[in-house]
Design a protein around this ligand. Structure first.
Ligand code: SF4
Length: 358
């Protein structure tokens, strides 16, 4: 396909995304010249809708491991023998303290993540409600949670307690989902997303790339996300965890990753695109190119079960790229030099991390 980049940019600026045929054809771009033209288009469209403002998210891994579900990428599944930490639900005190620490080093959107098919009704709901109320009162951060499959009633209760956003990934395309997620269905993921949209919540939903899916399946998932009208797309690249079914897969190339981000920006021009887990491993020295490819957000701090690069390094990268952290008007901008919070490593309990699951 011959791309008319000028036309694609103009459409993108008007909020009109690529057709399916165009999104599929992006997968065939290989030459440096073509990929550079793609990135220029994605950057221009990103700038038109988001300028140089960047969302910074952090998470608390509030309940880890021993999950009865079987998702072949996940080190928290009880079906695999892995080094992921296991513990039951943290207290509201613990989560709020992590949220405050994350706030101090630059996070402005904070998500509470719990492993499992779904939350344990009353106990988890009560911890979450107290947590959201206190995070809102003490930091003013945008509050989010990733809690597995959700009922409309539970979401409504949490929304009333101050949960503003809901994260729930599709994980991968409908046509590939049963190869990856063995114990629940694609339709169940979609139902959770629809409940949150119906309640007027900000919905963050994306997936993991590099799990053996084809380019056509990447496009398939992104078109479904567009159809579901999700507000934000977290983009994870597989970080193969020892002990899981996908442990031996090779990582993607940096060019693959940038093409994926750019395709999402041009399919969903007005949405937030947040680069999350697997950034360091897959993008390597090209991490700072994610903004040129159309991303307008990054997860800061550790991932769910693996460490991310140092926060100071991430914030320095944002500054170098001329990106400015977006903060709600009622709370202060993050410090330019955050407190050192951790060193880089391998498996970790995850003070904060990227919502690759549930
Ligand atoms: S991705 Fe979520 S639901 Fe699946 S095994 Fe991991 S923790 Fe459980």
């Amino acid at each position: 396909m011959q791309f008319d980049w000028g036309d694609i940019i103009q459409r993108g600026k008007r909020g009109v995304g690529l057709s399916e045929a165009e999104a599929l054809a992006i997968g065939e771009l290989e030459s440096q010249t073509d990929v550079e033209a793609l990135l220029r288009a994605a950057e221009e469209v990103r700038y038109a809708h988001k300028q140089n403002l960047v969302n910074t998210c952090g998470i608390s891994n509030a309940k880890s491991g021993r999950c009865p579900e079987k998702c072949s990428f996940c080190s928290q599944s009880a079906h695999y023998k892995t080094a992921a930490p296991t513990y039951t639900t943290k207290t509201a005190d613990e989560i709020v303290s992590e949220a405050k620490e994350a706030f101090d080093y630059g996070v402005r959107e904070f998500s509470v993540v719990m492993a499992g098919r779904a939350i344990n009704k009353r106990k988890d709901l009560d911890v979450l409600k107290e947590t959201f109320t206190r995070i809102r009162e003490t930091t003013g951060m945008q509050t989010c949670a990733s809690l597995g499959l959700m009922t409309r009633e539970d979401l409504e209760e949490l929304k009333d307690a101050g949960m503003q956003s809901m994260h729930h990934n599709l994980e991968t395309a409908r046509s590939f989902h049963s190869n990856i997620v063995k114990t629940h269905t694609y339709d169940e993921e979609v139902e959770t997303i629809r409940h949150a949209k119906d309640l007027g919540m900000y919905v963050c939903s994306g997936g993991i790339f590099g799990m053996g899916e084809s380019w056509a399946q990447r496009v398939e998932m992104v078109l479904d996300l567009r159809e579901l009208d999700v507000d934000s797309v977290p983009v994870n690249f597989l970080n193969p965890r020892p002990g899981t079914e996908l442990a031996d897969l090779d990582e993607l190339t940096p060019q693959d990753c940038l093409k994926i981000i750019a395709m999402i920006r041009l399919v969903m021009p007005t949405k937030d695109i947040i680069v999350c887990g697997g950034r360091e491993l897959n993008l390597k020295a090209s991490q700072s190119d994610i903004f040129q490819a159309g991303a307008n957000g990054v997860m800061l701090g550790n991932y769910l079960t693996t460490a991310g690069q140092a926060v100071a390094k991430d914030l320095a990268m944002l500054e170098e790229q001329g990106m400015v952290v977006r903060a709600p008007p009622h709370i202060p901008h993050p410090p330019s030099v955050p407190p050192a919070v951790r060193s880089e490593g391998t498996d970790t309990a995850g003070l904060t991390g990227k919502p690759v699951c549930p």
